[in-house]
Design a protein around this ligand. Sequence first.
Ligand code: HEC
Length: 123
Amino acid sequence: MARPFRRTSAFARASAFVALAGCGIGDGDLETVDPAAAPLHPTYEAHIAPLMETYCTACHAEGEGGEGGEVRYDGCKWVVRNWSGLRSTALDGRSMPPPTAWVLSAADRLTLERWWRDGHVCP
Ligand code: HEC
C-alpha cells in the first residue's frame, strides 16, 4: 500500500514542479532572463510599438471608449507620458494586460526596460 502512495505523491510533486517550471518560461524574473533574448538597444518603431500593439492598444488607444481608453499607449509620446502606469501594471506588477489578454514575456519586459534606460527616444 505504501509504495503506490509514494509513487502517487512523487508524481504529484513532479507535476507541481513541471507546472512551476512551465510558468517560469514565459514569465520569469528579469534577473534570470537570458540577456540575449531582448535587443540590446531597442527602438520605438522596431520594438516598442509592436509590443504595445500586441499587449496594450486593443484597449488603450484613441477611440477605445472603455475605461482603458483613458490611458493611451498608441504612440511613442503616449508611452513616455504613461510610462509610470506601464511600469507599475506591466513591468513591476502583472495587472496589465488583464488576465484575459496575453502576458508580457520576460524578454518583452527586458526590451521595454532597455528602451527606457537608453533614453526612450521617439522617432
Ligand atoms: C483587454 C483590455 C486591456 C488590455 C489589453 C490592457 N488594458 Fe490596461 N486597462 C484596461 C481597463 C478596462 C482599465 C481600467 C480598469 C482597471 O484599472 O482595471 C485599464 C487600466 C490601465 C491603467 C490605469 C489603471 C491602473 O491600474 O493603474 C494602466 C496604467 C494600464 N491599464 C496599462 C496597460 C498596459 C501598459 C497594457 C499593455 C501591457 C494594458 N494596460 C493592456 C484594459 C486593458
